[in-house]
Each structure stands twice: as structure tokens, then as C-alpha cells.
Design a protein around this ligand. Structure first.
Ligand code: ADP
Ligand code: MG
Length: 259
């Protein structure tokens, strides 16, 4: 039995970070990218993370997602403390419990949409069964790719490629989906469609989504916005509107001292 795994109560956060800190490098040239961040993300919620460039947003996703071991603090995903695990166990936990969506899609160009979505199962060491294939096909239909399962990424539009990436992120039934600027490479109409899809993953599939974005309109699809400045939480906003988020960002920019 894995002593680090504790059954989580239904109300337990999908993701929680406590005292999360991360530095790049060491000594006098070290960069403190995250400094004592405490955040919890309830199941079936959609949170946007915003802040000026260099405020630690990507570092937060990297550490919270188990891609990098943070310098300080703990990361708990569905009751499992990722920071208590060794490298191999953390990789395994990440592949099973966390889905990632990136600005540039990160699909493998020589695999079809269906094969890209199956990849997390293969990486998790699961044999892809007929039932898995049926589930993946249903997932591709669910994200709006009916009739396009056998297409290569190069045969799909940007918005369609991001839909494949979202289906891939959902493939293992993760506790949380982490998205870094998922609409950053899309035009505003296509971005709206992808954001509506993420929103429906929360509302209809009970997924938990944490999304980094620069865009106040994108943030308005979330239930809550968390603002980072200089690696610290500088505030949050419930039920955000694009206007309220824009106002808050303008205020935060004034707090940032140019380097
Ligand atoms: P954001 O995503 O909000 O723009 P990042 O998390 O990328 O911020 O960066 C936070 C800080 O950490 C910045 O000062 C950045 O220059 C620094 N940083 C990020 N990645 C690295 C790295 N691999 N090596 C050194 N410094 C880094
Ligand atoms: Mg970033």
C-alpha cells in the first residue's frame, strides 16, 4: 500500500498548494519565482490565474502539476502529496491525475487525433482496450471533433488542435486540468469556443480546471480569478467580469516595480 495516498473526502480540494515556493538557480543570482503561495481548488471549479509577465504563473502550473519539484511547500492532488514522492512516483501520479493544455497544443504531428488522445493512457502503462478506444472516440465527439478522429494535427485548424489537446488532457480522468494560456495562439472567436468547451468540462463533466491567461475576457469564463504579483498571491475575485478583471490588472501593474 502506498502510505502517501490517503482517501480524500468528497469536499477535499482537487488541488491544494501550501507554502509553495520556487527558486531558479542558487546564491546571489537566484530568482525567487514563487514565494509562499497557499491556494486550494475545489472540485468542479474553473479558476483563472493572472498577473504581470514574470509574476510566476507558469512556475505555479509547473510546480502544482508535478513537472518540477518546488523548492518549498507541498502540492496535494486529490489527497495525494506529490511533494512527498520520489521522481518516478511523482511522474506516475502526474500522468494519472493531472491533465495539461498548452498554448501551442503540443500534439505529436505524426499521430492522429485519436492516437494523440490515447497517448496518456499508453504513457501511464495502461493497455489501450476496446473500451478505452470507445471512450476516447466519445471524448473526441464530446469536444466537437466528430468525423475527424483519424486526422493528423496538420490537417486540423488551431481551434480543432486545441480541442484534441483538451480531449487528451481529459483522457485519464484527471483530478485537475492545468492550462497555460490555452487560447493564446487562437483568434478571439476560436478562443471563445475553446473557453466555452473548458467551461462545459467543469459544468457537465465535473472537471476541475486551472487556467493561466493574460486575457480578461478569457478569465471571465472562470468562477474565480487569482492574481499573482512577484510570486505571491495579490488577491482574488469571484464571479469575474472582463471589465472588473481589466481594472484589477491595471491596478496590479502599478504595483510592479520595473526591474
Ligand atoms: P509568468 O508565467 O508569470 O510570466 P514565470 O513563472 O515564467 O512567470 O517566471 C517567473 C520568474 O522566474 C521570472 O522572473 C522568470 O524570469 C523566472 N524564470 C522562469 N523560468 C526560469 C528558468 N527556467 N530559469 C531561470 N529563471 C526562470
Ligand atoms: Mg508564463
Amino acid at each position: 500500500m502506498d502510505i502517501h495516498t490517503t482517501p480524500s473526502a468528497p469536499e477535499a480540494p482537487a488541488l491544494a498548494v501550501l507554502g509553495l515556493g520556487h527558486s531558479y538557480g542558487a546564491g546571489p543570482t537566484a530568482v525567487r519565482a514563487l514565494d509562499h503561495v497557499d491556494l486550494a481548488f475545489a472540485p468542479s471549479t474553473f479558476t483563472a490565474v493572472m498577473g504581470p509577465s514574470g509574476s510566476g504563473k507558469s512556475t505555479f502550473l509547473t510546480c502544482a502539476g508535478g513537472l518540477e519539484r518546488p523548492t518549498n511547500g507541498t502540492v496535494v492532488v486529490a489527497g495525494q502529496d506529490l511533494t512527498a514522492l520520489g521522481e518516478d512516483d511523482r511522474t506516475r501520479a502526474r500522468r494519472e491525475r493531472i491533465g495539461f493544455v498548452f498554448q501551442s497544443f503540443h500534439l505529436l504531428p505524426y499521430l492522429t487525433a485519436q492516437q494523440n488522445v490515447a497517448l496518456p493512457l499508453r504513457l501511464a502503462g495502461r493497455r489501450v482496450t476496446a473500451a478505452d478506444r470507445a471512450r476516447i472516440a466519445a471524448l473526441l465527439d464530446r469536444v466537437g471533433l466528430e468525423g475527424r478522429h483519424a486526422r493528423l494535427p496538420g490537417e486540423l485548424s488551431g481551434g480543432q488542435q486545441q480541442r484534441v489537446a483538451i480531449a487528451r488532457a481529459l483522457a485519464t480522468g484527471p483530478a485537475v486540468v492545468l492550462a497555460d494560456e490555452p487560447t493564446g495562439a487562437l483568434d478571439s472567436h476560436t478562443a471563445g469556443e475553446v473557453l466555452a468547451l473548458l467551461r462545459s468540462c467543469v459544468d457537465e463533466l465535473a472537471q476541475t480546471v486551472v487556467m493561466v491567461t493574460h486575457d480578461p475576457v478569457a478569465a471571465s469564463y472562470a468562477d474565480r480569478v487569482v492574481f499573482l504579483v512577484d510570486g505571491r498571491v495579490a488577491g482574488s475575485m469571484e464571479a469575474p467580469t472582463a471589465e472588473a478583471v481589466s481594472g484589477q490588472l491595471a491596478h496590479l501593474d502599478q504595483l510592479v516595480v520595473p526591474a
